[in-house]
Design a protein around this ligand. Structure first.
Ligand code: XUL
Ligand code: CO
Length: 430
């Protein structure tokens, strides 16, 4: 097994321009506000392929003919070296990212547990923590028609066996959340799909996960990650509002929250802030998968964030909604396939962290200055008056409202929404 340092030419933790973990911003340290995590899958599993070409990164732990468990150990060494060099306090993983699939569920789960033991030691030595764990219920061919939503209940059982293992491992590693992204929970054509059954199956699955969480005493949050399409044409967890409707229907809106991804929001035809604000309004905001989609491409490009204004507005809404509790900013982001230098992994993450820190300082200015929220407050002021309060308290009927307009001669006058002025104001904070 090679020494971890051998993989990167960088040897010292990144020197940031803006990210000062201990600096106080809006009542917490930057580290507590931002809670950065590096994900395993894009950096250590994806080899750089696209639909037209294969591996470009040539990661040594993917070398043909190697022993898969030894390669998994090597990968873990390099992963923790990346976390140290980039200075991220958390990481995230799927079971399949960290250990090879065995011949049986039992063997696969044991492989995951063996690397889990390696993680426990490395986490104790480094102080790096687990933001969340998750199970990969989409790569293996058995899941091609869904996991919980598969027409075959044996596949549902298999998926349950994987989730049980990763949920327990996440608990043992003191992970702060557990994520469920419905990778293939959706469908391609109604000609072969019974939507009503599939939704009930998914609702049952999630209830089982919630029951198991309580049984083992896991205190972290369970998070669903919405995505409208890809890999399936119609994903059931389309966006935050759809997930909320699903949770309500299956009685889980108090048990489960959402992990919102920038690129997924874009694919759903929403802005990132829309999804964040919707989650706050519905009381299910959990965590963020921070990345950047390409506005001209209709798929999940998972780029590292670098749009300062967009990130600042996202952080403004996150913090105004109360900020993170168990959640954080997980870089669900991957290098472009031509970025083949190992050091690109370190620099991409570190620069993204610095950008987010800079955006946090901008969000701090927006909040301290208060002009943006003052405008919104003023716009809804009427609702704090007598008429507004009576309506919302359910104390007036349509008859009474119609009579009020006539008796008081109400003639409401339109007022400017001032969008351009507000947009200009935002750019002034940058
Ligand atoms: C896929 C995606 C996943 C989840 C975890 O688009 O975002 O990597 O974040 O399963
Ligand atoms: Co994601």
């Amino acid at each position: 097994m090679s020494a971890p340092n051998a993989y990167f030419t960088l040897t010292e933790p990144h020197q940031f321009q803006y990210y000062q973990p201990q600096r106080m911003v809006l009542g917490k340290t930057m580290e507590q506000q931002l809670r950065f995590a590096i994900c395993y899958w894009h950096s250590f599993v994806w080899p750089g392929l696209d639909p037209f070409g294969g591996e470009t990164f040539m990661r040594p732990w993917h070398a043909a003919g190697g022993d898969p468990m030894e390669q998994a150990h090597h990968k873990a060494d390099v992963a923790f070296e990346l976390f140290r060099l980039a200075g991220a306090p958390f990481f995230t993983f799927h079971d399949r990212d960290i250990a090879p699939e065995g011949q049986t569920l039992r063997e696969s789960n044991l492989n995951v547990r063996r690397i889990g033991e390696v993680f426990a030691r490395k986490m104790a030595d480094s102080g790096i923590k687990l933001l969340w764990g998750t199970a990969n219920l989409f790569s293996n061919r058995r899941y091609m028609s869904g996991a919980a939503t598969n027409p075959d209940p044996e596949v549902f059982a298999y998926a349950a066996g994987q989730v049980k293992n990763v949920l327990e491992l996440t608990h043992e590693l003191k992970g702060e959340n557990y994520v469920l992204w419905g990778g293939r929970e959706g469908y391609e054509t109604l000609l072969n799909t019974h939507v009503g059954r599939e939704l009930d199956q998914l609702g049952r699955f999630l209830n089982l996960v919630v029951e198991h969480k309580h049984k083992i005493g896991f205190k972290g949050a369970l998070l669903i990650e919405p995505k409208p399409a890809e890999p399936t044409k119609h994903q059931y967890d389309y966006d935050v509002a759809t997930v909320y409707g699903f949770l309500k229907r299956y009685g889980l809106e108090k048990e489960v929250q959402v992990n919102i991804e920038q690129n997924h929001a874009l694919l759903a035809g929403h802005t990132f802030e829309h999804e964040i604000e919707m989650a706050h309004a519905l009381g299910i905001f959990g965590s963020i998968d921070m990345n950047r989609g390409d506005e001209m491409l209709g798929w999940d490009t998972d780029q590292f964030p670098n749009n300062l204004q967009q990130v600042a507005l996202a952080l403004y809404h996150i913090i105004r909604g109360g900020g993170f509790t168990s959640g954080g900013l997980n870089f669900d982001a991957k290098l472009r396939r031509q970025s083949i230098d190992p050091d690109d992994l370190v620099l991409a993450h570190a620069e993204a962290m610095d950008l987010c820190a800079r955006a946090l300082l901008i969000a701090e200015k927006m909040i301290a200055d208060d002009q943006l929220s003052a405008h919104v407050r003023a716009r809804y002021q009427g609702w704090d008056g007598e008429l507004g309060r009576e309506i919302l308290a359910g104390r007036v009927s349509l008859d009474q409202l119609a009579a009020t307009v006539e008796q008081q001669g109400l003639d409401p006058q339109p007022r400017s929404g001032r969008q351009e002025r507000l947009e200009a104001l935002v750019t002034r904070y940058l």
